[in-house]
Design a protein around this ligand. Structure first.
Ligand code: UT7
Length: 323
């Protein structure tokens, strides 16, 4: 059976770090409130010349280097983002060009904070269907550019950055012991649109718009939706929380991460947390967290790793893979 195996990983962050103390100077907030309610201590904010494409390109180059591959070895680029450089063309095509790659194909997927889960799921389908051999899957965002910097309920939460993995088709026995993506689960429900959205767009206002969120409402749904797709992944593979080596969740809020892990019986020592240093980087948060934990040696080849996310739409999903 063909499986999509992680061959490399990488990440890129903007140069500028903005601490909670600095946020206190922008809006009526406090380091104490932000840490207690979210676990966030700092975030990275893109400066002049730093865009979703530039961050995505740097993450892609790092992943290729780790995989000992070049752009010539890649046949598809899938970028998860909700903050493209332009309305069109797709930022993935921009990254493809920046990499000097003029073959194959590149496109964006848009599922907000679940974007990386959607992108990995799409890449896995292309690989297992024989349509691609090596896919560069990137999550890159510059949410700082769509924030209302006078709205303390949202501007303290988000940050910018990018992460990437290279998925490669490998022939395996098809068991849970083999490396690669074991299962993916995607869900969405547009009835929740007003709880987390951007109040602009090409076809409505002709403007980019700003992020709007009813945080408490999103929070209320988060744990239930996350546990739903995690339990579905366990059921599809006959695995349980005990089999997991690592849970790498979307990094929106420490309380949501802890609540989901507790509900699923996953000990916190097995949970990768980066929300304290990155804030919520939407589609970039999972690949950024994977890069941290795989670079420092926590995630090792052969580990069973569960990814999950929930975000605007609502969209939510999970990926169970053997690293
Ligand atoms: O990644 C996509 C998915 N997004 C999420 O998962 C986000 C989910 N939601 C959350 O993480 C949380 O709901 C928040 C962190 C956004 C907010 O935490 P909360 O515990 O739900 O707080 P709240 O919205 O109920 O606000 C509590 C109070 C309010 O004051 P009153 O009305 O009780 O007087 C807010 O006005 O905290 C106030 N507040 C702030 N105070 C200081 C809101 N933002 C701030 C702030 N600094 N930045």
């Amino acid at each position: 059976m063909i499986r999509s195996v992680v061959r490399g990983f990488g990440a890129s962050l903007p140069k500028r770090v903005v601490t909670n103390r600095e946020m206190e100077e922008k809006v009526d907030t406090s380091d104490e409130w932000i840490v207690q309610r979210t676990g966030i201590r700092q975030r990275y904010i893109a400066g002049e010349g730093e865009t979703t494409a530039s961050l995505g390109e740097a993450a892609a180059r790092a992943a290729l280097e780790r995989a000992k591959l070049t752009p010539a070895d890649i046949d598809l680029i899938i970028l998860a983002t909700s903050t493209p450089d332009n309305t069109f063309p797709a930022t993935a095509v921009n990254i493809q060009n920046r990499l000097g790659m003029h073959h194959g194909a590149a496109f964006d997927v848009q599922a907000v904070c679940s974007g990386f889960i959607y992108a990995v799921t799409t890449a896995d389908a292309y690989i297992r269907g024989g349509l691609a051999r090596r896919v560069l899957v990137i999550g890159a965002e510059t949410f700082s550019r769509i924030l209302d910097w006078s709205d303390r309920t949202t501007c303290v939460l988000f940050g910018d950055g990018a992460g990437a993995i290279v998925l490669e088709a490998q022939e395996t026995e098809g068991t849970n012991a083999d490396r690669g993506v074991l299962t993916t689960k995607l869900r969405s429900d547009g009835a929740h649109k007003e709880k987390l959205y951007v109040d602009g767009g090409p076809s409505t206002t002709g403007t980019v718009g700003h992020l709007k969120m009813e945080g408490r409402e999103v929070f209320k749904h988060a744990v239930g939706m996350i546990t739903d797709v995690i339990e579905a992944a366990f059921e599809a593979t006959g695995t349980t929380a005990d089999d997991l080596d690592w849970l790498v969740p979307h990094q929106a809020n420490r309380r949501i991460i802890d609540g989901s892990a507790k509900k699923l019986g996953i000990p916190l020592e097995k949970v990768v947390v980066t929300v304290d240093i990155h804030g919520n980087t939407s589609a970039a948060s999972i690949p950024l967290a994977l890069n941290e934990a795989a670079s420092d040696g926590r995630i090792k080849e052969g580990d069973l790793v569960l990814l999950e996310a929930m975000g605007g739409g609502f969209t939510w999903g999970s990926v169970l893979l053997r690293w």
